[in-house]
Design a protein. Structure first.
Length: 196
C-alpha cells in the first residue's frame, strides 16, 4: 500500500546519503538494488526509493497494518542517532499532541480494551507472542521495540465496579525528535490494530 505515501518522500529518501541513513536508522542498504532493509516489529521490510515501493521480505507474524509502510519511509527519513531513554510520555505530552491527538486522530486503544475485556492473562500472552517485554507500568504492560530507535509501551488496566477497563500507549520522549505527529498516529494505529 505504498500508494498512501506521497512520492515526494521517496524522492527525498533517494537523495539521502545511504551511509547516513543506515547510521541513523540502524538499517542496511543494498547498493546494487538501491534499496534499504529495516527490521520493523519482528518483520523485515525493503524500501526502494526509485520504485516508490515498500515490501515485506520476512514475515514472522500476520501482516502489519498498511500504515506501517508509511511509518517505514518516514522512519528512514527522520530517525536520529539517539538512544531511547525509556522516559515514557503519552501522546498528549508530545509537542502539539494535546491538540492533534483527538477527534479523527484519537488513538484507537479501544481495540485493545474491547478485545481483552479485563483478561490480563490473555493480554499478556498476546503481547509476549509479539515480542513484548514486561514493564511495571500498569496492571499489564509491555514494551515493543518497533525499530531499534522506537519503543512503544502498551498498558492495560483492569476495570471494576466503578471504572471500566482501559488501555493506553506510551512513547519514549525521543519520538518527537524523529517523527511527525501524523506518522506517530500511523504508528499508534498499527500497534492498536495488531494487539487489539
Amino acid at each position: 500500500m505504498a500508494d498512501i505515501i506521497d512520492e515526494i518522500f521517496f524522492q527525498k529518501l533517494g537523495r539521502e546519503n545511504p551511509r547516513d541513513v543506515c547510521k541513523r536508522a540502524l538499517c542496511s542498504y543494498d547498493g546494487s538494488e538501491r534499496s534499504y532493509t529495516v527490521d520493523i516489529w519482528g518483520d523485515r521490510f525493503r524500501i526502494c526509493p526509485d520504485r516508490c515501493s515498500v515490501s515485506r521480505i520476512r514475515e514472522n507474524h500476520e501482516p502489519l497494518h498498511f500504515y506501517f509502510d508509511l511509518f517505514a519511509v518516514h522512519y528512514l527519513l527522520g530517525a536520529r542517532e539517539i538512544n531511547p531513554g525509556k522516559h515514557w510520555i503519552s501522546e498528549k505530552d508530545i509537542p502539539g499532541g494535546a491538540t492533534f491527538f483527538r477527534g479523527p486522530h484519537d488513538i484507537p486503544t479501544r481495540h485493545i480494551t474491547e478485545r481483552f475485556n479485563n483478561n490480563i492473562p490473555a493480554f499478556s500472552e498476546t503481547c509476549r507472542s509479539y515480542g513484548g517485554e514486561p514493564a511495571d507500568l500498569a496492571d499489564g504492560a509491555f514494551v515493543f521495540w518497533i525499530t531499534p530507535r522506537i519503543p512503544v509501551a502498551v498498558l492495560y488496566w483492569e476495570g471494576d465496579d466503578l471504572f471500566p477497563p482501559e488501555s493506553k500507549l506510551l512513547f519514549d520522549r525521543t519520538i518527537a525528535d524523529q517523527l511527525a505527529l501524523d506518522v506517530i498516529y500511523a504508528l499508534a494505529v498499527g500497534v492498536c490494530k495488531r494487539i487489539g
